[in-house]
Design a protein. Structure first.
Length: 621
């Protein structure tokens, strides 16, 4: 997986590039939501100044001529305008809340969709796995996501929404007080002193607000990894599937200690953050009070001197108050956006993780006779990041309808062979052909459709029984029921009233059914039968059973897939005697191939060695 790329451009250039891309993503995924947000911004931008303007005019009229027509006009405009603005605000807030959920869901879907399209081998990459976990947590829990962009990005576009802060907002505030500056042009010294004091207060307030945001963001960055670790330990407590080992081996104290270590680190960092933030917030509050005091003094002096009306004084004070808020919030928002760019860099680094496997576009021929011939031509394979070959120079051909058993010791490359066959990995060297064509040229998903696989570590899901077999929400009940019966689940169906909607496990359903290991294996086998693919691959799905039970299941399953090409993986030779063709793997190489009888005749061969070593445990004296 490529590391997060640091482009040659400077930090500011990278930040702007990230936000331009994030803007495009946000607008593309939810144009309606973006329009609602813009409407909220316009409304919040206009509403304060509507009240400021008409309140000032009304106060001047009350203290002045008190013309009834103008009083009524100002009162009606103020009240009716506020009523309309409040109604529109509630309407847009309601629409935003509804669309916001959809937008957040789309963001998660983008993330989840990327996970599903990643090459399988990338899921085993530790660096990518850590990036996935961190981005996933930040996207859903830490508030570092495109929602941050939605809340703060208007600042970069000349607008701001919730924080009533924007370049235009600052401009409007200055426009509202410009008349005061013009009226006091004869008091140059006083005006200059006022401007300097206000500028100093605003500068201190903005710097400290930005510093507070910086402290918060740095703290969040420091504790992010520990929060993910803490969540992982909490999952161990809540996942009942791990409860047996936790209790039997007394892991409770160890898990609690690890959990508390993460908690203590997070608490310590949060305490440091709050202490620093307290200092900065105190300065912000003090500077803002001083600035407002200076503002009241100047406007009060101008009003008493007859240079402005008392209504204008109210207008100037409120406008300057908003001006100070604008500046402070701009500083906070800029810092938040600056640090959120680090999240966006990780987010897009994950989305940009390239797929190196050739997906192909050649359609797989749908053959009624299942005449699919697969050939391994001098295939070798190394796992990513490893210098050791898991398979070396494998050449083997599959005959249509053949039953092939692949046997060998643990670590001999059997499971890797299966992963290459169904194309979860591509060979490091050599080529795999199907009907004479490199399998990398075939459409990736269509090629998957040729295989029914039961892995050694197969998984059932907390879905309905029928969904677990059909791997779909919609299915033909007759086909699913028939597959379950063929796999030996008749009694299970009877016990549960032949109900295919019976939920497995209790992750999401308190009435879920806990199936035994043997029942789970049979359901997995039924899944392979139900798919009806021309190739059936069984990668030691019954390794937990005793040899006799394993042999019985394999023998029964062999009858179910009599007309399909089937590959059985096992480290037990006795369970695969019914196969006419046996391939023996050792240390990544295929060292022998033949029937059970012919292989036993080679008394110096690996198969004879393994057979003899295992057979002694089953011989009755």
């Amino acid at each position: 997986m490529p590391a997060i790329k640091k482009k040659e451009k400077g930090k500011l250039g990278r930040v702007l590039h990230l936000y331009r891309r994030a803007m495009g993503l946000m607008f593309r995924e939810s144009g309606a939501y973006t329009m609602i947000v813009c409407g909220q911004w316009i409304l919040r931008f206009c509403a304060p100044y509507w009240g400021i303007w008409f309140s000032a005019r009304l106060l001047d009229e009350v203290l002045g001529e008190r013309v009834p027509e103008r009083l009524v006009k100002y009162v009606v405009c103020l009240l009716l305008g506020n009523l309309v603005l409040e109604f529109l605000k509630e309407l847009l807030d309601s629409l935003e809340a509804q669309k916001h959920y959809n937008f957040f869901q789309k963001e998660i879907m983008i993330f989840a969709g990327k996970v599903m399209e990643l090459d399988y081998d990338l899921l085993e990459d530790e660096e990518l796995h850590m990036l996935y976990r961190r981005v996933g947590r930040e996207t859903t829990n830490d508030g570092k996501n495109l929602e941050t962009l939605r809340r703060h990005l208007p600042l970069l576009m000349g607008s701001q929404e919730d924080e009533i802060s924007s370049d235009l907002g600052i401009g409007m505030s200055l426009f509202m007080v410009w008349d005061l500056l013009a009226r006091m042009k004869d008091q140059a010294f006083l005006l200059l002193l006022f401007v300097l004091l206000v500028a100093a207060g605003i500068w201190v307030s903005a710097r400290c607000s930005a510093a507070t945001s910086r402290v918060w963001e740095e703290c969040n960055g420091a504790i992010s990894e520990y929060c993910a670790r803490r969540d992982g330990y909490m999952n161990y407590f809540s996942q009942y599937g791990k409860g047996k080992e936790v209790r039997i081996y007394g892991l409770g104290k160890l898990l609690i200690d690890r959990l508390m270590q993460s908690h203590h680190f997070v608490d310590k960092e949060v305490d440091k953050r709050d202490l620093k933030a307290l200092f900065h917030n105190s300065i912000v509050q003090f500077s803002q009070k001083v600035t407002m005091t200076v503002t009241y003094c100047l406007t009060g002096f101008a009003a008493l001197a007859g240079m402005i009306t008392f209504g204008s004084m109210l207008q100037y004070v409120q406008s300057l108050t908003h001006f100070i808020d604008h500046i402070s919030c701009c500083g906070e928002a800029l810092v938040t956006l600056w640090y959120n760019a680090e999240y966006l860099e990780r987010y897009f680094a994950f989305l940009d993780t390239p797929s190196h496997m050739q997906k192909g576009c050649l359609p797989v021929e749908k053959r009624v006779d299942s005449e699919y011939k697969i050939v391994f031509d001098h295939v070798s394979f190394r796992y990513p990041g490893s210098d050791k070959y898991a398979l070396k120079d494998i050449s083997i051909e599959f005959k249509v309808g053949e039953k092939l058993a692949v046997v060998g010791m643990n670590g001999s490359g059997k499971s890797t062979f299966i992963k290459l066959l169904c194309r979860l990995y591509d060979p490091t060297e050599g080529t795999i052909y199907m009907n004479g064509i490199d399998i990398r040229r075939y459409d990736y998903q269509e090629y998957f459709g040729l295989f029914s696989v039961v892995f050694q570590d197969f998984r059932l899901f907390s879905f309905g029984l029928g969904e677990n077999v059909a791997m779909s929400e919609t299915f033909r009940e007759e086909a699913v029921r028939d597959a379950l019966v063929k796999a030996g689940m008749e009694e299970f169906l009877k016990e549960h009233n032949d109900d295919l909607s019976t939920t497995l496990y209790r992750d999401f359903d308190k009435n879920g059914v806990e199936v035994s290991g043997g029942e789970a294996q049979k359901i997995a086998l039924a899944r392979a039968v139900c798919k009806g693919a021309p190739f059936v691959l069984l990668d030691e799905p019954t390794a937990a059973l005793d040899p006799k039970a394993e042999y019985e299941i394999y023998k029964r399953f062999n009858d179910l897939v009599a007309d399909r090409t089937t590959v059985y993986i096992s480290h037990r030779m006795s369970s695969c005697r019914f196969c006419g063709d046996i391939a023996v793997f050792h240390e990544g190489r295929m060292v022998q191939r033949g029937s059970h009888e012919s292989l036993l005749e080679e008394t110096t061969g690996k198969y004879y060695e393994l057979w003899t070593a295992q057979a002694q445990y089953y011989v009755t004296e």
